[in-house]
Design a protein around this ligand. Sequence first.
Ligand SMILES: Cc1ncc(COP(=O)(O)O)c(C=O)c1O
Length: 424
Amino acid sequence: MSSIGRSAVISKFDVEWAREQFPALRQTVNGQPAVFFDAPGGTQVPQRVIDAISHYLATSNANTHGAFLTSERTDEIYAGAHAAMADFFNCDPDEVVFGANMTSLTFALSRSIGRELKSGDELLVTQLDHDANVSPWVSLEERGVKVRTADIKPADCTLDMFDLQAKVRRTTRLVAVGYAANAVGTINDVAEVVRLAHGVGAMAFIDAVHYAPHGLIDVRALDCDFLACSSYKFFGPHLGILYGRREHLQRLRPYKLRACTEQLPDRWESGTQNHEGMAGVIAAVEYLADLGRHHAPEARSRRDALAAAHEVVAGYERELCARLITGLLEIPGLTFYGIKDPAKFDQRTPTVAVRIEGYTPRELAAHLGERGLFTWDGNYYAVDLAERLGVQQSGGMLRIGLAHYNTAEEVERLLSELRALPRR
Ligand SMILES: Cc1ncc(COP(=O)(O)O)c(C=O)c1O
C-alpha cells in the first residue's frame, strides 16, 4: 500500500486501489491536485465506466428488439443493466425502471399514483428532503389531495419522528422520505417510516439518491414500495433508476404510449432509453462489486461483493468524516449544521454543511475552488431545510461531501485552508 493508503485512517481500506481507477482525480488546478468534495452533487467515474459507454457507442449503438447484431447487443446491455440494478437494490430485474433522472421518474410515478387518489387523501413529505421528493407530491394538490410536512429537529437536522408519526393518519396514502439528506448527511430510520406508513395502509417512497454511494440498499429488508436513486451519484453516468414493488408497477397506470407493451418494466420506461448510460451503469455496479471483492475475496455473488464494498467504505468514510468534523468544529466563527456527536456518526453520511462568520457560502466555495478544493454552496435543492434553518436568504451553506476516493490528506488540506482564512 502507498503512503496515501498507509496514512489513511482505516488501513483496511485500500484507497489507492480506488483512486487509481478514477482518471478525473489526476487533474490539477493552479498547480495543485484537484480535490473532489462535491460528491453529493455527483461523483467521478472510474475508467471502466468511460470505457463501457464508448464501447457501447462504438460497437452496439442501436435501438432495442431489432433482428440484427447491434440491436441484439443493445438488448443484452438493457437486460444487464436491469440485472445489475436488481443486485444493487436486492429485487427482481423487472422491478427496476430506468429513466432520465430521479426527478423525472418521481414525477412520472406521482402523476400515475395521482390517478388513484381522491380529494381528502393525504401525502406526507419531510422538511429534510431534496425538492425532487417534495414537488412531485405537492403537484398532486391540484387533484384535491393534501400534502403535510414532517418537521425536523434543527439542533442536529434529524427528522422529528414524533411529528412524523403524528402526521401518518388513516387518510395518508403515501409517505415520501429521504434515505439520507443530501444537504446535511442525516440518515433517516427509513425502515421505521415504512412500518408507520404500512400501519395505516399507505405506501412508502424512499429517495435513496444521497444514500446510494454510502450504504447498501435492500428494498426487501426495508419492505418499501418504491425507492429511487441516480447512478451519477454512485460512480456511474447521468441516469435515474426506480425500484417499484411488482404489484404496484402492475396495478398503477403510467402515462404511456399505446405502442409500448404492458410488460414490466417496459410500461414504465417511456421512449428510447439511454443505452450507453445503461452500459455505464453496469460498469459502475461492477466497479463497486470489484471494490468489495478486492477487500473480501471470499464474496461469492455480486450482491455479496456489493455488501462487502459498502462495509469497508462505510468504515473508511466514517473515520474520514470524524476527522473532518473534529477539525471544522475547532475553526472560530464556524456554524455546523447536522449531527456532530461522534456516538451518532453511524446515523450520518460523510456530507457536512457549515457557515463561517463574515463569509457567504459562495465566497467560501470560490476561495476553496481557486485552490483546487471543490465544494458546493447554496441549498442544493433542499429548499425547505434551508428555509427552516434560516439560511435560505443568505446563500445557504457550504457543503463538503466526501466519497471513498477522498483521503485524510485532502481533508487536512481543506481544514488548513479554512483555518488560514482571515477573521472577518
Ligand atoms: C437527495 C436527492 N434527491 C434527489 C435528487 C435529484 O436527482 P436527479 O438529479 O437524478 O433528478 C438529488 C440530486 O441532487 C438528491 O441529492
